[in-house]
Design a protein. Structure first.
Length: 489
């Protein structure tokens, strides 16, 4: 099936393209907070966090809002309706100095109003943000605009699929920012919206937006986590893929005017009782990066929550270190994958259903993740009830991180397991339990969560040595598994 898909989507390209380690992430958004009392990353944590981003190979960070609409206001009527996010503006100097010491550059977020003003492009709010740019950001530019790490500006209000109704807002704010720092680019991060729009039509709208507003770089969100209809190039359901959109956007904007915003979280998690997006599979990130290969730069949303040991766990994002560990292995950043492409040396202790089989014999390690919106995607392997698989590593190896992509689709009787028991040993006869990985939700929480994915895995490095791994997932429902990933430090 995958070979045929490659012929359809990549007539002149190798079928292994999605498996290749294409250009990795080279930047990411950094969220600092949403109010004068909200501080997501305190100054004391910044050096360690930027060290982490440097280790990932990042050369650019994009600060989300530095100013926001005050609590209790809706759409602003004057610049006095805004306030600095906690620690700013002085915090910017600390960030710029720390970034410069790590050979990074900084795109500075400006005033965010869409949190409280749905139609932020209205005349009153537009005039207020324009006035704020002329005051607050002209002052900021006078202090920091010549700093070697200062790259440009980011307008945090998101224009959706760049409708003409927003032109006036962005052109006026962009003009004020460019007046304060001539030669510095201005950026925005649109989202795809309804993916039924033809890619060439969306791309033309992006070009018209650029020409009408003067915005230099559009950082298009891929929507693979947030948008229920966004799809990767190999997923079999109907609709255009993000691959199609990025290719069309690059044609109209050029690679210099197009960045990709790669979402690091699973699809659908806000419906879980845990109330937060959760870290996705490193293999899915690799699939996303391939789809975004037409963009001039690929940046992440949001490292601190979804791919970090420094920030994520302390804020409840317990899966964050696992994604970072496997991502580092996938891209050769001081770690190593345990399984090569299309690894087949494993045994199903619980046999998959003939309706959802492991057809290839290496479905768990083909580096294609299952489509959370389509249980019939052939990447999913379905087991009626608990799932258990034993994997032979070939020799004694250190094992640190394990992740298993699972599906929740209650209308089909499919729910993600909430525990993963990990057994390890030099032989199958000597397997011992080394860890239990637990999800931050119960199966009851999944009752209304049709079409969602979760990567079940450990939260801290296992640090065990074994030849055989035995993964056991108790479940009273159907268990669907898309991909297994594992790495060592």
């Amino acid at each position: 099936m995958r070979f045929l898909l490659c012929l359809v989507f990549f007539a002149t390209l190798s079928c292994t393209v999605a498996h290749a380690q294409v250009a990795k992430l080279s930047g990411g958004f950094v969220h600092m907070g949403y109010s004068a009392t909200d501080e997501d990353i305190p100054v004391s944590q910044l050096p360690l966090y930027l060290d982490e981003l440097e280790d990932l190979g990042y050369d650019t960070i994009i600060i989300t809002p530095t100013r926001v609409t005050k609590s209790g206001r809706t759409c602003a009527t004057s610049a006095s309706d805004f306030e600095w996010v906690k620690g700013f503006p002085s915090k910017l100097g600390t960030i710029l100095n720390a970034a410069s010491a790590r050979n990074m550059r900084v795109v500075v977020g400006t005033t965010y109003t869409n949190l409280r003003c749905a139609s932020f492009w209205g005349s009153g709010n537009t005039a207020a943000v324009e006035a704020d740019a002329a005051l607050s950001y002209a002052s900021l530019a006078a202090t920091y605009g010549s700093h070697p790490a200062f790259l440009g500006w980011y307008i945090p209000d998101e224009p959706g699929p760049v409708p003409a109704t927003t032109y006036n807002y962005y052109s006026r704010v962009t003009a004020k920012l460019k007046a304060a720092t001539p030669g510095k680019p201005v950026m925005v991060a649109p989202y795809l919206g309804a993916p039924s729009t033809h890619p060439s039509s969306l791309a033309m709208a992006a070009r018209l937006f650029r020409d009408a507003t003067g915005v230099d770089v559009q950082i298009w969100q891929d929507g693979i986590g947030a948008n229920p209809n966004a799809k990767l190039f190999f997923w079999t359901r109907s609709g255009y893929s993000i691959d199609d959109y990025y290719q069309a956007l690059a044609f109209q904007l050029g690679t210099g005017g197009l960045w990709a915003d790669v979402e690091l979280f699973n699809h659908g998690d806000p419906l879980f009782a845990s109330g937060a997006y959760r870290s996705t599979s490193a293999q899915r990130v690799n699939n996303q990066l391939w789809s975004a290969r037409f963009a001039g730069k690929r940046v992440a949303w949001l490292n601190q929550f979804h791919m970090s040991e420094v920030v994520g766990p302390g804020q409840g994002f317990v899966e964050s270190p696992r994604l970072m560990g496997v991502y580092r292995a996938l891209y050769g950043l001081g770690a190593a994958l345990l399984f090569p492409l299309n690894y087949s040396n494993y045994n199903w202790v619980t046999a998959p259903s003939s309706s959802y089989p492991d057809t290839s014999g290496y479905e768990l390690f083909d580096r294609y993740v299952g489509d959370p919106r389509n249980p019939l995607d052939p990447t999913w392997v379905g087991i009626n009830g608990a799932a258990r698989v034993t994997i032979d590593l070939g020799s004694i190896k250190r094992v640190d991180w394990i992740g298993v992509q699972t599906l929740t689709y209650p209308s089909w009787g499919i729910r993600s397991p909430v525990t993963l028991d990990i057994y390890c040993g030099p032989t199958v006869a000597s397997l011992t339990k080394v860890a239990t990985a637990s999800a931050p939700f119960t199966q009851a929480d999944l009752a209304g969560s049709n079409g969602e994915e979760y990567v079940l895995g450990n939260r801290t490095p296992l640090g065990v040595n074994c030849r055989f791994l035995d993964l056991r997932m108790p479940n009273g429902y159907w268990t669907f598994i898309g991909e297994v990933e594992a790495s060592r430090e």
